[in-house]
Design a protein. Structure first.
Length: 176
């Protein structure tokens, strides 16, 4: 996915939510061309729909960058470096904003078993692959747990609350 327009669209959506029409106007590109590339980004899992509203007889769909780039690795590798950077920046900013909001609201450490952990380590390529596989498995287990909680809440009208789990795996700029 090295098309330059897709990288520009992803960069714009990392800064604000927008419709295909908004993006076409911003980049002075035909709406049909923009809409096509927006669909590709959506199908790759890099953006998601946040709103749909009727506007003058048509349906306006607004998109945003997915908070986290847990997308297919082949699709991720096909992205231009600038687009990957935009998606990563958005994911990290969402995590930072969420942490700041929870601290301000007094909910970040309300539960005794809340966790804030940063592990620094030296890895080789094999170790990196293993750690990233563990992180992916954790994401999948967390999603399954959330789905189960949602089912329990629907079946038994159980109380629920908002939770955020951020998993970051990256090559550190500093050693040690």
């Amino acid at each position: 996915m090295r098309h330059p327009l897709r990288a520009r669209l992803l960069g714009a959506l990392s800064e604000r939510d927008a419709s295909a029409r908004d993006l076409a106007d911003q980049f002075d590109v035909q709406l049909s061309n923009t809409a096509y590339h927006v669909r590709v980004l959506r199908d790759l899992g890099l953006i998601e729909v946040v709103a749909k509203e009727p506007v003058r007889g048509a349906l306006k769909t607004t998109y945003r960058v997915v908070a986290g780039h847990g997308v297919d690795l082949e699709a991720w590798e096909e992205l231009a470096a600038k687009a990957r950077g935009a998606a990563s920046t958005k994911a990290v900013q969402v995590a930072i904003d969420g942490v700041a909001g929870a601290i301000e609201a007094g909910t970040f450490d309300r539960r005794r078993d809340s966790q804030a952990v940063t592990l620094r380590m030296e890895l080789d390529d094999e170790g990196w692959a293993e750690v990233m596989e563990i992180a992916l498995e954790a994401q999948q287990r967390i999603r399954r747990a959330a789905e189960a909680a949602k089912r329990r809440a629907a079946e038994a009208a159980a109380d629920t609350f908002q939770v955020a789990v951020s998993i970051l795996g990256y090559e550190s700029a500093e050693r040690g």
